[in-house]
Design a protein around this ligand. Structure first.
Ligand code: SF4
Length: 357
């Protein structure tokens, strides 16, 4: 859809909407800033009385900068996330110091204020100074991703960039404030998350997801697989000046790397006697095993690996143990092998275990 058509349809729709919120149509950057920060983690209904109270107490940047932190926090009491209040207070002092108390009017300056991210900076820049910055809140993400059927995960930076690029193209550069307010209002009242009002929608003839009945598939987010917990019990098997390493050849994690020989269990328990525990075809006797007071975890994309360590000392005959994927190597040579990170950590934390006494 061409930007001009989008702008016209949006403007036409917005003209018939009532706008009851006090900060809508506000041009004072200070008031817009306060409202944006309050609404960052607070719902509109809850934030409204705080907004009014805050402005009664601190009607402008200078009044806020002159207040003590305790006074600002007191006024914020009940809103939670008090770092927002501290950031606002810090920024008010910064504006007084750097800009003589006049709110900065450029996007690059506004975004330097503590607690102001791209969304709030675009809102202040466009609403207060009519600068051509497209505001992207959750509502705008939803509207754009549905109309254009964006199939890239919007939680990724690539997905966000695609939406931002489209929003920048659609933005009415002559009236960025009106456009931004309208598209946010549209998302909040028509293109609703669970039940979009498509039969009343001015974009219905152009909305690609509506035309294919896939509105509810957008905004697209990849379903994250739940983390799978896996429990590995690793055996530091020493035979004199040698230890045993397992070369990972299976199609599984750490493929191609070397680890200590290990077994995997269904949970953290590794009941002794360790039935069926063999290294290179030789059963390990319970008496040979010493539990090491060392555990670790490794977080992979879809797996959390829990690691438990044991030491096994074999007097002689080590060469018999080495088999297909198990190799017996001199302790002095372990630096030549490629290990997963967790094992490098174990070696670094337990140097004495890798020395020959
Ligand atoms: S047609 Fe439906 S899904 Fe598409 S923009 Fe309108 S309300 Fe949203």
């Amino acid at each position: 859809m061409l930007p001009k058509l989008f702008q016209d349809l949006l403007k036409e729709w917005h003209l018939q909407l009532e706008r009851p919120l006090p900060w809508v149509n506000e041009k004072d950057p200070y008031k817009i800033w306060i409202s944006e920060i309050i609404l960052q983690q607070t719902r509109v209904v809850q934030g409204l009385p705080y907004y009014k109270r805050f402005l009664d107490n601190f009607p402008n940047v200078i009044a806020l900068a002159n207040a003590t932190e305790a006074e600002v926090i007191k006024c914020w009491e009940g809103l939670g996330y008090y770092s927002r209040a501290r950031n606002i207070h810090w920024s008010a002092k910064y504006i007084v110091k750097e800009y003589d108390g006049v709110f900065p009017s450029q996007y690059d300056e506004i975004i330097k204020l503590k607690g102001v991210g791209p969304y709030a900076a675009a809102a202040i820049a466009s609403f207060a100074f009519s600068l051509p910055y497209a505001v992207l809140d959750g509502n705008v993400h939803r509207v754009i991703s549905r109309i254009f059927s964006i199939t890239t995960d919007i939680t990724t930076s690539k997905g966000r960039k695609i939406i931002q690029d489209i929003a920048d193209k659609l933005l009415d550069k002559e009236n960025p404030a009106g456009f931004n307010q309208a598209i946010m209002d549209f998302g909040a009242t028509v293109c609703l998350p669970a039940s979009p009002l498509c039969d009343q929608c001015v974009f219905a003839d152009h909305c690609t997801s509506y035309l294919t009945d896939t509105q509810r598939d957008f905004p697209f987010k990849k379903i994250k697989k739940p983390l799978r917990n896996r429990y590995f019990h690793l055996f530091l098997v020493k035979a004199g000046k040698h230890i045993f390493l397992s070369h990972r050849k299976e199609k599984d994690i750490w493929r191609g790397l070397y680890t200590l020989p290990f077994i995997e269990t269904r949970d953290e328990r590794c009941e002794f006697p360790l039935e069926g525990i063999q290294i290179g075809g030789i059963s390990i006797d319970e008496n040979q095993i010493q539990i090491l007071n060392y555990t670790d975890q490794q977080l992979l994309t879809h797996q959390r690996i829990h690691l438990y360590y044991y030491q096994v000392t074999i007097e002689t005959g080590g060469e018999k143990i080495a088999g297909d994927s198990i190799e017996m190597i001199p302790l002095t040579n372990i630096k030549e092998f490629a290990f997963p990170k967790f094992l490098l950590r174990f070696i670094a934390d337990n140097k004495s275990l890798f020395e020959y006494n």
